[in-house]
Write a protein that binds this ligand. Structure first.
Ligand SMILES: Nc1ncnc2c1ncn2[C@@H]1O[C@H](COP(=O)(O)OP(=O)(O)OP(=O)(O)O)[C@@H](O)[C@H]1O
Ligand SMILES: O=c1ccn([C@@H]2O[C@H](COP(=O)(O)O)[C@@H](O)[C@H]2O)c(=O)[nH]1
Length: 240
């Protein structure tokens, strides 16, 4: 059988932390993470090289700590550690599903995960392993969306795929404004000028400057990740 033609060769997948909760109020839902890993396994079988940045919103966000009087940087470090827990759970589920996953952390916790070293990450990708980047950028006051843009640029990904709870970029937050409409495609400049809250401006600016397109799509829609990888009409493209 002829190999399937994919639209991308090397992908940086930004996976929503909150999506891991499934219908639970907090943490990691077992069935949900298994389903997401099943979708990831399907696209790796297409031959694409895949790295993942996982969020931490299902466990802790720095802004939440800051809003109740915590030192913001301390709260952000807690948020980054939350992403390490998600990364470990994700890699464990991947390994059990027959993939070979490696977690690399931007914060040194060597008894738990190996540190992020760019050449090593590139080697893993070339070997067909899935690399899960944990602890965001390693710096407070950033987000895992910015980490996705940063790692995507570093590994030479040809696209950042933001797998989130909504099926694209809307004129306003669709969870708050039922009249919001979805863009099929939108430029970085317009998304930033309109202050669209789907991603932070730092992530948008980094991707724009590196000419790294972003595709936003729903991780809850079965088969959407595969459709995006195959270049089919799905979600919203954010382009230069
Ligand atoms: N213009 C917009 N278009 C689409 N979604 C928007 C927009 N503005 C705000 N949002 C909201 O942004 C959310 C996604 O952003 P966010 O990065 O906070 O969550 P996430 O992808 O689940 O990441 P994590 O949980 O890992 O922090 C969507 O669930 C949506 O409600
Ligand atoms: O580079 C980074 C990435 C993340 N954080 C903190 O972690 C949490 C969880 O990440 P999300 O992107 O919200 O899923 C975030 O709220 C920050 O507190 C960080 O400080 N630096």
């Amino acid at each position: 059988m002829a190999p399937v033609q994919t639209a991308h060769h090397r992908i940086l997948l930004k996976l929503s932390g909150e999506a891991l909760m499934g219908d639970d109020a907090y943490g990691i839902n077992h069935a949900t993470i298994q389903r997401i890993v099943g979708e990831i396994a399907e696209v790796t079988r297409l031959g694409v090289e895949l790295a993942v940045v996982i969020g931490g919103g299902n466990i802790f966000r720095g802004v939440a700590g800051g809003s109740v009087g915590m030192d913001r940087a301390t709260a952000d470090y807690m948020g980054m550690l939350a992403t390490v827990m998600n990364a470990l759970a994700l890699a464990d589920t991947m390994n059990k599903a027959g993939l070979t996953a490696r977690v690399m952390s931007a914060i040194a916790i060597e008894q738990v995960v190996e540190p992020y070293v760019r050449p090593k990450a590139l080697q893993y990708l070339e070997e067909g392993k899935v690399v899960v980047f944990a602890a965001g950028t390693g710096n407070p006051f950033f987000t895992t969306d910015t980490a996705a843009a940063l790692r995507g640029a570093e590994i030479g990904a040809d696209v950042v795929l933001k797998a989130t709870k909504v099926d694209g970029v809307y004129t306003a937050d669709p969870k708050k404004d039922p009249t919001a409409t979805r863009y099929h495609r939108i430029s970085f400049d317009e998304a930033m000028a309109r202050n669209l809250g789907i991603m932070d401006a730092t992530a948008f600016a980094l991707c724009r400057d590196q000419k790294l397109p972003i595709k936003v799509f729903s991780i809850f829609k079965a088969g959407a990740l595969r459709r995006v990888v195959l270049g089919e009409d799905e979600g919203t493209l954010v382009h230069v």
